[in-house]
Design a protein around this ligand. Sequence first.
Ligand code: ADP
Length: 198
Amino acid sequence: MVWEGLNIPRETREEAQGHGAAVVWFTGLSGSGKTTIARALERQLFHDGVRTMLLDGDYVRHGLNGDLGFSPEDRRENVRRVGEVARLFFEAGSVVLCTFVSPYRADRDRVRSLIPEGRFVEVFVDVDLEVARARDPKGLYARSQAGDLEGLTGVDAPYQAPVAPEVTVETRDVTVEESVESLRRALVEAGVVPGGSR
Ligand code: ADP
């Protein structure tokens, strides 16, 4: 098959819209705060006039990845497909926010390799298991404790923390607003979005 390349190059879109594209990949335990922070960041970016797309783990598992479970192979496939979708939105010029536990380093690094250097922002949403367990926004830790759920990341399935994430937010200690601000700053410093619009 002959691949002609994108009809309208990303750079052309970026120039026309006045900001760059990026993939911001949130990884961390269930209840660490990925979705909460990404949703707040997306609202901020929207307010700033930035084109965005939020790909959320729970949402994607209802549709595109509804056929996948939580075995290591299915988790890998989940992240692989999302990475490809993220790349499409990226090439369309969006700042793509992806919120997935994505416990395996190799799977995250594979997504990183799809995106040009400097445009993949890995965000380690870092929290102690005990804090995540106490929050338990989806009741998963309670179900695991009751013997009703097997293979919960951090409990009886592994979580491989990022070695060199672009940003780490320790959500036991910083507020959602502070996390949003540090991510916004990281995007400005990466030259993705213009600074000083607040
Ligand atoms: P995840 O997407 O990582 O599973 P969620 O964002 O769904 O996590 O849930 C995190 C929960 O923790 C939410 O109920 C949120 O309100 C709460 N929370 C408390 N403090 C913070 C914080 N500093 N940052 C992010 N979330 C926090």
